[in-house]
Each structure stands twice: as C-alpha cells, then as structure tokens.
Design a protein around this ligand. Structure first.
Ligand SMILES: Cc1cc2nc3c(=O)[nH]c(=O)nc-3n(C[C@H](O)[C@H](O)[C@H](O)COP(=O)(O)OP(=O)(O)OC[C@H]3O[C@@H](n4cnc5c(N)ncnc54)[C@H](O)[C@@H]3O)c2cc1C
Length: 484
C-alpha cells in the first residue's frame, strides 16, 4: 500500500479511508472495512501508544492485574492490513479532504470516519482544575491515580479495604458505574473513600431508588462513605485541593500531596477539531443520520463522539457506552461499503458490580420515563439464582417498566447474585422488538439447579405476568397505583 507521497520538504500521506480514533468504534469499523474489502487502503489515526480496555481500568487500579493487561494489541488493526499512524489530527479541511496532523504532515482521505470518543467532564466548579482533582479515562489518568494509592503489597490479604492509619483519603464525585467502580477500587487499596451523589440514590441513570438499597448497604459495608442528595459546590486550595465543599455546609479536608478527588460526572464528546471545520454538532456530539453520516459528504462518525436518539422514544439521549460505539461503527462501516445498514438508537443496557452483588439496567428507569413524558407503571419479580437447596444460591430481583396503554416494555433493572447482565440483555432485546407485557409473560425459559430457580418460576416472567394483570385491570402496579 503506497500511503505517502513527497511534496517538497513535507511528506503528505493519503488513504482511501481514514479512521480517526483507536477506540472500540475505530477498531470495529477498521476491521469490518478491511475484512470485507481487503484491497481498500485504510489508515487509523491514534495518538496514544495503546488502545485500551477502559472497562477493565478499575480492576487494574484495584491491583487485580497490571495496567498493561488493559492495553489492546495494535495487531487488531495492523493485522487486517490497516496502517496505524500514531498521530493526533489537529484540523480538518473539508475542501481539500485532508487532516493536518500534530507533526505537521497532512493526511488526505477519500472517505473519513470520525471515532474520537469522549473525554471526562470537568464542570466549571471553583477549583476543578486543581492539581489533585483527577478524572478517569486514559492510561495516564489511571497512572496518576495509582501513584497516590497505597501499594498493593501494603494491603495484605484480609486487610484489603482496611484504612491504614493516616491513610490516603479520596472523594469521588458521581455514583454512576464509573464512580462506583473507582470508589470500590480505592477501598480495596486501603483508601478512605467518600462517594458524593447529588441524587437520592446511587446509579441514578441505571436504576430507580427502589432497586438500590442493597447496593448502598453493600457499599457502606465495604467502607465507602456515601453522601447522597449532596452536590459538589467547589474545591479549595493553593495548587492542590485541600478542601471539598459540599451542599449543606459539609466539608471534607484533603491533605496536600496525599489525598485526591476524582470527578466521575459524565463525558463530553471530543469533537473540537470537527466542529471547527464546520460539521454540524450539538452539545452531546456530532450530528449524524441513521447511517452514521455527518453533515459533510463522505464523512461518517460513530461512538462516543456522536449525538444520537433513544431507540424507545426517538428523542435525544446520551449513550456513551462501548456497547453503543461498536454497533454504531458496524453501521458506519457497512454504509461506507455501500451495504444496507441503519442504527435504531440507544437502549443503553449497562451493568456494574458492588462486592458480591451484580446490578444492571436497560432502557428507561421509571423516574426517567416519566421525565420524558411517558406514562408508565412498574412490576417486580424475584427468585433465587439457583434451586434454593443448591450451594451458593443467592437472590435476584427484577423490575420491569411498562408503558400504560400499549403495555410495551420500556425499561428493566436487575440486582442480584448472578446472571444479572444476561437477564438485562434479554429485556433489551424485548424492548428492541417492541414486546409488550403479554408477550414477555410468554417467554420460554430454561431451568437447571445450578443456574436458575425451579422450572415453576422465572423473575422476568413473574414481573411481566403481573404487568399483564395490571393491564387487564385485575392487578396493582408497584407503588399501589392502580393503572387501567
Ligand atoms: C473507566 C471507564 C470504564 C468504562 N466501562 C464501560 C463498561 O463497563 N461498559 C461499556 O459499555 N462502556 C464502558 N465505558 C465507556 C467506553 O469505554 C466508551 O463508551 C468507549 O470507549 C467509546 O468508544 P469510542 O471508540 O467511541 O471512543 P474512545 O474509546 O474514547 O476512543 C477514541 C479514540 O479517538 C482518539 N482521538 C481523539 N481525538 C483524536 C484526534 N484529534 N486525532 C486522532 N485521534 C483522536 C483517542 O485517542 C482514542 O484512541 C467505560 C469508560 C471508562 C472511562
């Protein structure tokens, strides 16, 4: 593949397709393009030394494995014959169809896929730029946090999670999955952890408050100090934050050179370069159609850098998840190859773990559905995770959210000991297919002593059947509200 031509002093690169970004979206699209069209010249731009498995970062930080285990191999893209260029694009010229790279070279393209992802939000609180106020995304972020954690060897088995005398203190702001996983990782390394959440329960985008009590109890048992219904008001200090100011007059002191705060308050699309080039953008990302085409011809975008719609109500919705980035990239790649494809929207199935409890959710929570103007009701189902006489049997609770009238499933949540993400994936599929309570109640399921409750009951079927009763007028919706 001849990708470079020389023009005077400066080398000019070119490729039929340029993919900007080496995250899940960029890798997925590159592999599909090359696997289906091996003759296509594809170049991938990626400034960092390694692509990363971001989802595994908290567990590397906890000390379960070295950080290097989160690095993906370059062969994921080079192995299919794409060229990897370790550079950042600093500007885009749509007229000459070229990108300017940080090292001064230009890269001309026929087609362009933007997959630049998102960066952690640093809302403009006083002091949010102080030295020990950190965010979590890159390997460098992880390294700077890990440098402040007690060494793994100092937290001997059995003592992991015990706060050493005069130990490190951390304040994590935001109790989404990223914030919770960080809090747990720091506790495992013996850090005193304060988890601050402005809503009245943890994981507010994933679960309703009636599903989080066990998780909150477990976090407290693990030694995480929860500050619910509490907002960050600011951070104070000279160079480093020495005090975290919270609503209600509460303050948490931080010691210079030792303690730190982490903002886990959401992600913002990394699109400055493309907005400056005139591509249409909104706050949540680049505007694309259902084929992932941007406002410029021959330019696609996929992943966290994109703004898209809910697959449930067709309105704008955040969806910064790897499990959204990958299917978006598949659609973009297929469309670039002139194959049929369209993206239906975000359903946002996601999961996390708190100690021995798994938690997952999909679609809309009951509270969020109401905030979007949907009239909904909810039902619950619960079983043990194995036949009750089997060793290790735990509990699993499921909450389903249905639209009043149509009876269609719009959301599901599950908390329990085992097989939680799998249950939620099944519910996502039901939502994607527009299934209603009666259809879900007819789910044909498997039963086996080590893996499920007795054949007589299944938590999803139980909740769906209860919803069917509500819709037929013979049952009660959760919360005692009768719905007809
Ligand atoms: C700690 C953590 C845990 C997570 N856990 C989960 C999880 O459990 N499940 C889940 O589904 N999601 C999880 N996510 C979210 C998930 O990582 C993202 O949704 C996903 O990485 C998005 O993929 P992407 O390819 O769109 O962007 P990214 O993975 O962000 O990749 C963007 C790429 O673009 C590059 N880039 C940016 N600007 C430029 C430029 N100007 N020029 C060239 N290259 C550029 C970047 O360097 C990077 O290589 C987690 C995220 C974090 C931070």
């Amino acid at each position: 593949m001849n990708l470079s031509v020389c023009c005077g002093e400066r080398e000019e690169l070119k490729a039929e397709v340029v993919v900007v970004g080496g995250g899940p979206a960029g890798i997925q699209a590159t592999r599909m393009l090359k696997e289906r069209r091996p003759d296509l010249e594809v170049a991938v731009l990626r400034p960092e030394p390694h692509s990363m498995v971001y989802c595994a970062l908290p567990y590397a930080m906890e000390g379960l494995f070295p950080l290097e285990r989160t690095f993906k191999k370059d062969e994921l893209v080079t192995g299919v014959g794409a060229r990897l260029i370790r550079q950042r694009a600093i500007s885009l010229d749509l007229e000459s169809r070229s990108l300017l790279l940080e090292d001064g070279r230009t890269l001309r393209f026929g087609k362009l896929l933007i997959a630049t992802g998102a960066i952690p939000l640093r809302p403009g609180f006083p002091g949010s730029d102080l030295g020990n106020v950190l965010t979590v995304k890159t390997a460098a972020d992880a390294e700077s946090i890990m440098a402040r954690l007690p060494r793994v060897d100092d937290c001997a088995e059995g003592e992991r999670g015990a706060v050493p005398e005069a130990g490190v203190r951390a304040v994590v702001v935001g109790s989404g999955a990223i914030g919770i996983e960080q809090a747990i990782a720091y506790r495992a390394r013996g850090v005193e952890v304060h988890l601050v959440e402005m809503r009245d329960h943890v994981l507010p985008h994933l679960l309703d408050s009636d599903m989080t009590r066990d998780l909150e109890e477990r976090l407290q048992e693990m030694g995480v100090e929860l500050h619910l219904s509490t907002s960050l008001e600011g951070l104070e200090g000279d160079g480093e934050a020495e005090r975290v100011r919270l609503s209600g007059g509460r303050e948490i002191e931080l010691e210079r050179g030792r303690d730190f705060a982490v903002l886990a308050m959401g992600m913002a699309p990394d699109i400055e370069v493309f907005a400056a080039a005139g591509l249409e953008v909104v706050a949540d990302g680049l505007v694309v159609d259902e084929r992932m085409r941007t406002s410029a011809s021959g330019v696609w975008a996929a992943g966290d850098c994109v703004a898209f719609l809910s697959g449930i109500d067709g309105k704008a919705l955040g969806g910064k998840l790897a499990t959204n980035a990958v299917p978006m990239a598949k659609v973009a790649a297929r469309d670039m190859l002139e194959m049929e494809a369209s993206y239906r929207g975000f359903f946002n199935g996601a999961a996390t773990v708190v100690g021995d409890l798994r938690a997952a959710g999909t679609g809309f929570t009951e509270a969020f559905a109401r905030s979007r103007g949907l009239e909904v009701f909810s039902t619950h189902g619960a079983t043990s995770t194995r036949f009750p006489m089997m060793p290790g049997a735990g509990d699993v609770r499921v909450k389903l959210v249905f639209e009043v009238g149509s009876g269609r499933l719009v959301g599901a949540q599950a908390v329990g000991a085992e097989a939680v993400a799998e249950r939620i994936d099944l519910c996502t599929f039901a939502i994607q297919k527009g299934a209603d309570a009666f259809e879900l109640a007819e789910l044909s399921y498997a039963a086996q002593p080590w893996q499920t409750f007795f054949p007589a009951r299944n938590a999803i079927v139980e909740a769906a059947s209860a919803a069917g009763d509500v819709l037929e007028g013979s049952g009660k919706a959760e919360g005692g509200r009768e719905v007809r």
